[in-house]
Design a protein around this ligand. Structure first.
Ligand SMILES: Nc1nc2c(ncn2[C@@H]2O[C@H](COP(=O)(O)OP(=O)(O)OP(=O)(O)O)[C@@H](O)[C@H]2O)c(=O)[nH]1
Ligand SMILES: [Mg+2]
Length: 171
């Protein structure tokens, strides 16, 4: 996979998405420091973006990535990047709108507009819970169609599992 760094507010869904792309079980863990998943996803703590004085660390950390993924949770209106923020990285910048499973169309559209203003050239709208939109992102990040197919096949297995679990819990 192309090396990507996820940058976004606290709780925007960076770690969950990293787990989903790597076919791991979703397990909540607060990100305390820069964490590299399988050598290709650089997951950062939301504090680095939110605390102004840590922004420089993000720029240095991003130097080794090929793609900057600006992550924004659609249902959380306080999630914002300043206009042109992505440009400060001088790299390929994409926007990832997360949690579309619990957001209204208006919230999703607002997040998309904000990410475009921040400099995202391409936007992916995803849910790590339902898997919606993740295949499109996987295709973009993969180095080859084969690699994309591998990521997507793990996703499908995962969704089947999530679905069967939710059925059991309703009983
Ligand atoms: N409904 C829904 N919840 C999600 C989704 N993605 C993540 N979450 C939840 O949102 C919460 C925060 O997700 P994280 O992945 O830990 O967020 P983060 O961006 O890594 O946060 P920090 O590590 O604090 O910067 C967790 O409870 C996740 O389960 C999603 O697509 N849909
Ligand atoms: Mg995290």
């Amino acid at each position: 996979m192309k090396r990507v760094i996820f940058v976004g507010n606290i709780g925007s869904g960076k770690t969950t998405l990293s787990q989903v792309i790597h076919g791991e079980d979703i397990e909540y863990a607060k990100t305390q420091m820069v964490t590299v998943w399988g050598d290709d996803i650089v997951d950062t703590p939301g504090e680095y973006l939110e605390a102004g004085y840590m922004k420089g660390v993000l720029n240095v950390t991003a130097a080794e990535a090929r793609i900057i993924g600006l992550v924004c949770s659609a249902p959380e209106p306080r999630n914002k990047f300043s206009p042109g923020y992505g440009g400060s990285f001088a790299k390929d910048v994409i926007g990832i709108v997360t949690k579309i499973d619990i957001a209204t169309p208006i919230q999703i559209e607002r997040a998309e507009k904000m990410l475009r203003m921040a400099g995202a050239r391409k936007i992916f709208k995803i849910s790590s819970y339902t898997g919606e939109g993740v295949p499109e992102l996987a295709e973009y990040l993969a180095e080859s169609p084969e690699e994309a197919a591998e990521i997507i096949s793990k996703l499908k297995l995962k969704n089947t599992k999530v679905l069967s679990e939710s059925k059991t819990s309703k009983k």
